[in-house]
Write a protein that binds this ligand. Structure first.
Ligand SMILES: Cc1cc2nc3c(=O)[nH]c(=O)nc-3n(C[C@H](O)[C@H](O)[C@H](O)COP(=O)(O)OP(=O)(O)OC[C@H]3O[C@@H](n4cnc5c(N)ncnc54)[C@H](O)[C@@H]3O)c2cc1C
Ligand SMILES: NC(=O)c1ccc[n+]([C@@H]2O[C@H](COP(=O)([O-])OP(=O)(O)OC[C@H]3O[C@@H](n4cnc5c(N)ncnc54)[C@H](O)[C@@H]3O)[C@@H](O)[C@H]2O)c1
Length: 470
């Protein structure tokens, strides 16, 4: 387990007063000139793991991210229907930092000068209150860790950006929740036509990877447990369709788990359209190419695009600065010590990199643990010098060890692929769902989050889900 810090009520209050009393511009980083400055980009699985484990007495640590919280992504699909509350899976970065000497910039890193070792930071326009200036600043680094993650991939499919919802960030989950609430409220109007009602209550999910499958499972639970209770006249008209281009869903899992999921979806009335490719998304219809090559338009109320991810823009900005070594268009190429190829004193981890490992939270977090341990060890071993990056002399290469994969598929059932000696075992059903819940509670970043999620689950069991949105 990672060391966890929880501020006392008094310390938290003092800090709140301190931050309120001082305008942003007067906060100066507490840098020690004899220490090197380590800048972490991102507050996701990779960078947050480093932040928790790095020795702040050895480095001046600076964190840059447009998100001032860590997001526990495995429970993001359940926030779309109110199974868990949004804030339960958002851990404030200031809680993680605690009393340690870390400077946090809520900003996006938009450019890098690898020669001068400088970064350009910009506040996102929506984060800036009106009248504020100074939206851009430059900071220097000695060492840089890039953990900016991935973003949704539309593959250039027309209409996706305009009409689809995504499921990557908390803002996406809130948007889906609002659409769901609106669809139900609009469909309950008397003067609406039957075909419009049927369209509004048709939820389409594109992509049969774990994100699409978990979201479809959550939607199903919402329909049978909540809609049937509160709006029974609409529940029978609620339809879920999952569209997948490949012949099977969950193609990264064992074939038996994919078949099991298919059978459960059939039982749960989730329509699975495999070997079907989405070609275009329009305002109210989605255009698909069926397995026989014919084209069809399916009316939808809400469409969630869960068709995979790609590296974020900053990864490409950095790649362009290193044209000789960074030739892979999918993301940053790193070596076995997580060093960005062609760069000096820059490491990268997680979904913004291209490795043989899948883009998974457990990969990013294991990389984060490995890198923080290596950096701490090297800083302890000797005074930090220009040859700091000669990691071969000091550390073993990073090696990912899979702890297995779990996915929730709805109806209190989950599937799991677990390592067993050199093989893996596959399990699925209600007991696996208990295991999945246990995994989530264990892996959540703090006792506060674990307690919040456990309370959400109890509240849901007793009173149903909350879909009220402002
Ligand atoms: C719905 C869903 C469920 C998932 N479930 C699982 C699961 O059960 N198990 C599993 O192993 N994996 C799961 N994943 C995958 C997992 O979430 C990712 O692999 C993981 O988040 C990657 O971690 P990361 O640190 O690379 O990036 P992220 O966690 O995406 O973090 C990236 C960070 O960088 C910040 N950032 C972005 N741009 C900039 C910039 N320009 N400058 C500074 N900061 C920036 C972002 O705000 C964010 O804080 C799931 C993913 C999704 C979407
Ligand atoms: N429980 C878990 O372990 C979990 C949960 C969510 C995500 N993740 C991980 O996060 C990463 C991203 O997962 P994901 O599910 O978002 O993406 P994914 O890449 O795993 O799956 C996307 C699916 O969309 C399909 N697709 C793409 N374009 C399409 C189109 N035009 N029409 C129809 N189908 C189309 C692809 O064939 C693919 O099966 C993966 O590494 C995944 O393992 C893991």
């Amino acid at each position: 387990m990672l060391p966890r810090f929880r501020p006392t009520l008094l310390a938290a209050t003092q800090r709140a007063i301190y931050f309120r009393a001082r305008p942003m511009s007067t906060i100066v980083p507490h840098t020690e000139p004899q220490r090197k400055t380590l800048v972490l980009l991102g507050t996701g699985w990779g960078s947050t793991t480093i932040l928790k484990n790095i020795d702040t007495k050895k480095f001046n640590v600076v964190v840059v991210s447009p998100r001032n919280y860590f997001l526990f992504t495995p429970l993001l699909p359940s926030c779309t229907v109110g199974t868990t509350e949004n804030r339960s899976i958002m851990e404030p970065i200031r809680h993680i930092v605690g009393k340690r000497n870390v400077k946090f910039y809520e900003a996006e890193c938009t450019d890098v000068d690898v020669t001068k070792k400088q970064l350009v930071l910009e506040r996102t326009p929506q984060a800036v209150s009106s009248g504020s200036s100074n939206l851009k600043t430059k900071i220097s680094y000695d060492y840089l860790v890039v953990g900016v993650g991935g973003t949704y991939n539309t593959f250039g499919t027309p209409g996706v950006e305009e009409y689809a919802c995504f499921l990557k960030e908390m803002t996406d989950a809130s948007k889906i929740k609002r659409r769901l609430k609106d669809a139900i409220e609009n469909a309950s109007f008397d003067n609406i036509t039957e075909s419009d009602r049927s369209r509004l209550l048709h939820m389409v999910v594109v992509g049969g990877g774990p994100t699409g499958v978990e979201y479809a499972g959550e939607l199903h639970d919402f329909m049978v447990e909540d809609m049937k209770r509160w709006v029974p006249e609409l529940a029978s008209k609620f339809r879920i369709t999952l569209i997948e281009a490949l012949p099977n869903v969950l193609s990264s899992f064992d074939k038996r788990l994919s078949e099991y999921t298919k059978a459960i979806f059939e039982k749960n009335n989730i329509e699975l359209r495999t070997s079907t490719m989405v070609k275009e998304v329009k305002d109210k219809v989605v255009v698909v190419q069926n397995p026989d090559g014919t084209s069809e338009e399916l009316p939808y109320g809400t469409l969630v695009w869960a068709a995979g991810i790609r590296a974020r823009q900053f990864a490409h900005t950095l790649r362009e600065k290193l044209p000789d070594a960074q030739t892979n268009h999918r993301g940053l190429v790193i070596d076995q010590y997580l060093r960005v190829k062609g760069a000096q004193d820059i490491w990268a981890l997680g979904d913004c990199t291209v490795t043989e490992n899948a883009p998974l939270a457990q990969v990013a977090s294991q990389q984060g643990k490995w890198l923080s341990r290596s950096l701490n060890m090297m800083a302890r071993d000797r005074s930090v010098t220009d040859t700091f990056c000669q990691m071969e002399e000091r550390a073993q290469p990073f090696k990912y060890v899979s702890n297995g994969s779990l996915a929730y598929i709805g109806g209190e059932k989950a599937i799991a692929e677990l390592p067993f000696f050199n093989q893996h075992i596959t399990v699925g059903g209600p007991l696996t769902s208990v295991m999945w819940k246990g995994y989530c509670l264990w892996e959540l970043s703090s006792v506060r989050s674990s307690m919040s999620v456990a309370t959400d689950w109890i509240r849901r069991a007793l009173f149903g889900r909350t879909v009220s949105v402002d």
